[in-house]
Design a protein around this ligand. Sequence first.
Ligand SMILES: [Zn+2]
Ligand SMILES: [Zn+2]
Length: 292
Amino acid sequence: MIRVVMLGTSASVPSVSRNLSSMGVRYEGEVYLFDCGEGTQRQMMKYKLSYAKTKAIFITHLHADHYLGIAGLCHTLHMIGRKDILTVYGPRGTVRRMEGLGCNYEFLRVEEVGEGVVYKGEGFSVRAFPVEHGRNALGYVLEEDERRNFEKEKCDRFGIKGVMFRELERKGEVEVEGRAVKIEEVTKPKKGKKIVYSGDTRACRRVEEEAKGADLLIHEGTFGEDRREEADEREHSTVADAAELARRAGAKRLIITHISNRYGKVDELLKEARKAFDKAEIAKDGMEIMLK
Ligand SMILES: [Zn+2]
Ligand SMILES: [Zn+2]
C-alpha cells in the first residue's frame, strides 16, 4: 500500500493554512519526500509521517519554496543521531545549493540528476523528466514494478502448493510431477501503481505523456483563470490547465497543488477545474491518499 500525504500546498510563500511545497510518500515503511519547502519537518510531525524514516528527497527545481526545509530536517536528523544515508536528488545546481544551506552532514548525499531513472527501491522506481519552468526543472514519476498474482484455480489445476510458490517467484518455473510449469501459466500480471508529480510547470506535453494512465497525478495549479497572464508569464499552470491535462492523459485522479495565497476560498478554483475534469481536487495540507 502506498500512502501519499500532501505536506505543503502553497505557492511561493506560506499562509496560515498552507505550508510550502512538499509531498510525502510512505512505501514499505520508508518515507520519500518530493520537494521539501521550509517547515516540512513540522508538517510531517503534524500529519504523522515519520521524519526519521525519510530515505530520499526528490527536489523538482531550485526555487527556495521547494527546498529550504532540507536544512531544518537534516539538523533534526543530526540531533537524533541519524546514521543511515539520506540522499537528496535534484537538478543541476543542487550540490552548490545544499552547500549554501550549510548541509554537510555525514549521512547526507546529494546527487544531481537529469532525465531518466534516478532511484530504484524495493518494488518501485522513481524517474525524472524535464518540465517547463525556468531552467532545469524536473517532474517525477514514482512507479511500482509490475507484479504477478497467483490464480488459485490454475494453481490447483497444475498442483502448485507449499514451497512451490516461492520457487516459482524466484526462478520463474517449477517442476510438478515431471512437468515444468511456468509462472505465466498460473499467474496474471498486475500493473503497479503510478504517481506523477509535476513540480512547478506550465502545462506541457511532457507531463501529459508521463501522466498517461496514472493512478494519481499531482499537478501544480497556482492560479485561476483570472490570473491567466501571470500564470503564462511566470511559467505556472492555472487549475483549468492542470485539469485539462489530466483529462487528456486519462489520469484516474488529480490533486491540484501549489495554490497561490491570493486565493482564500478555493470553491471557484475547484469549479474551474471540475469543468474540465470531474475527478479534480484542490489539495489542502494534510490531505491523504491511499493507493492499494
Ligand atoms: Zn514554487
Ligand atoms: Zn518555481
